[in-house]
Design a protein around this ligand. Structure first.
Ligand code: SAH
Length: 231
């Protein structure tokens, strides 16, 4: 079961944001997970604390150098007394899904590497990275927001983050379907009524309705998921 998450980044304050608010912030404060951000620049041997250089073979932008990342990783290894499972947030990685996040819960210790500039030296990926994960088929300017997406997704499945297991087990994607529509007070809003069945108090019927709606929503909005579920 997951106990620690270390983030390697050039912008620790951006990643620490997640500790401040919401259910995930509360979970971290309550010690559900030991969450730490590490400044890669602290491991630069350069007198100006540089961590990037021009790409070999030409091309635009700068590349993050291998050595500061490797030293930051070694520091985490020493700090935790064991080798973490290292994820590199990368537009080239496997697309993040609920299933992938669920599997990561089985690791005791995760570390997440955030790239910047045009990315990082391939040799450090080959040497220490266990998995490259993408948050979707588009490019953002750094790995920090993708890392936060991943940490949030993992943490809300951990006991003690949400009030109960059913909070996330009934949500979109957990079982391969989208969630059914949800309603709250008032019963009539601008002439629109809450579906009558939800007021009936008949839980068996309500559950049946929810399952059906969940299927209909998936069919309408994400038919590709039904194909994956082989239904
Ligand atoms: N040149 C790279 C993109 C660099 S963007 C390429 O073409 O693949 C800078 C950093 O942002 C990357 O190193 C990565 O850590 C992060 N990043 C960008 N898009 C991402 C995505 N879709 N998923 C996860 N991380 C991403």
């Amino acid at each position: 079961m997951l106990e620690t998450i270390d983030v390697l980044t050039l912008f620790p304050s951006m990643c620490e944001m997640i500790t401040l608010t919401g259910v995930v912030g509360r979970g971290i404060k309550n010690g559900i997970i030991d969450f730490k951000c590490h400044q890669i620049r602290d491991f630069s041997k350069d007198k100006h604390r540089r961590v990037d250089d021009a790409p070999y073979g030409g091309g635009s932008g700068m590349i993050m150098q291998a050595e500061p990342i490797f030293l930051a990783f070694e520091h985490i290894f020493r700090l935790r007394g064991a080798k973490p499972y290292l994820i590199y947030m990368s537009a080239k990685g496997e697309n993040l899904t609920q299933g992938l996040a669920k599997n990561l819960l089985n690791h005791k210790h995760l570390a997440i590497l955030c790239g910047r500039y045009e990315g990082i030296d391939e040799r450090v990926i080959e040497t220490i990275v266990n998995k490259e994960i993408s948050i979707g088929d588009y490019v953002v300017s750094g790995g920090e927001l993708p890392a936060l997406v991943l940490v949030d997704c993992i943490m809300r499945m951990m006991p003690g983050t949400l009030s109960c297991k059913s909070s996330f087990e009934n949500e979109s994607h957990y079982n391969g379907y989208l969630e059914h529509p949800q309603y709250t007070r008032p019963e009539i809003w601008r002439g629109k009524r809450v579906p009558e069945i939800l007021l009936s108090g008949d839980h068996e019927k309500i559950n049946h309705w929810k399952l059906l709606q969940s299927y209909e929503k998936t069919k309408k909005l994400r038919p590709d998921l039904l194909a994956l579920n082989k239904i």
